[in-house]
Design a protein. Sequence first.
Length: 438
Amino acid sequence: MIAPFLTYDPTFLFQTHPKNSGLGLRDVKFLRSRLLQAAVAIDTLRKNGEQGWEDLPFQEKDAQKITARAKDLQRSFTNLLVIGIGGSALGTKALSQALGRGRGGMSLSVLDNPDPQTVWTWAHQPKSAWKRTLVHVVSKSGKTLEPLVNFLALQPWMVRALGKKGYQRHVVVTTETDTRSPLYALAKKERFELLPHPANVDGRFSVLSVVSLFPAACAGIDVLGLLRGGRWIEETYRSEGPDHMAAQFAALHYLSSTKFGRNIHVLMPYVPVLSGFASWYRQLWAESLGKRKDGKNVGPTPVASLGPADQHSQIQLYHEGPDNKLVTFLGVEKFSKAVPIAKNAGALIPEMKKASGMDLGEILRMEHLGTAQALFDDRRPNGTLIIPNLSPESLGALFQFFELATALIAQLFGVNAYDQPGVEAGKKEIRKMLSERT
């Protein structure tokens, strides 16, 4: 068996504290039959073609084609601007931040808000910069307001810099091949390159599809490595079932919400470049689980935090505020760079003598472990996810782990993980306001 790309330690969630602040093993065992039922429901959606996110890690041929196309484009372009929002942007941002720019890759930027100042800066970049810039417009439905207005604001500037025909080869569109999609209609009309969005994969579950694989490949990221990590999660889950760490994660978060009222779920990476991943998790957890069920409002509230910065911001609340939070720490076992503290640290600052020669990565681990222990000592349960390094495989495993856990906990809550009526309600009102504009 290959080495694990991700591990989960829930020790501090269980009743190992003298005052029994956590869950008991019986609680999780009690859910075993329900986790089995959840697995069947999820697999049924996969087999009948309604949901395709579980199969994405196995689509190596598609990833190879994406990689080949990205290498072709790297010969002509040095910059990639992704225009999207939500699931069409957050996964791409998380990958770019965590893995950076690979050899020969394009510089990757994401425009996910119709902010006049940011769009103005892009619009007014020099003609020479536009010539080196590829634009990737992403919207599954092709109707999402923000990416459409951002592209339409930039389009005249692209035409001015590149010419009517010239600008067309600078645009790649990812949307459903549906004639009801305005973005699809525009792509056909303007002869933009089209990379179809999978119809049975919702935006927040699409990070291992062309939505994020294409920009990642353009940035020089190993997208086959991403799929290897996601595939490892899927294969181990299909083998282990309810005993898999994603199933345990879902069960523990469900029980913490329903039994103890800990319905604020904090993800706290101790790696600054994973702050974007925490933002991606926040959307996935919130949109998938915050629903109305039988006339009641259900769903935990996700919080994106960051250690150690938030030790000096949010941790005080987690220690002594309302006991309604469950914290999951996210750490890296080994960093690619070693940065030691000065060997003469004690001579410079006597209190720092013990830190002389230590690596900053070790300091980060100590801060994480100390914070986790201190929370537990205050009877505030918490868990820890660890990836061995910042690699495409580990990131792919993280994405698939959380998608799987989300689908499972949604089944436990009895809600549909794949709709978003609250989001659609806001979109409806915006469309109404636009239609009434004179």
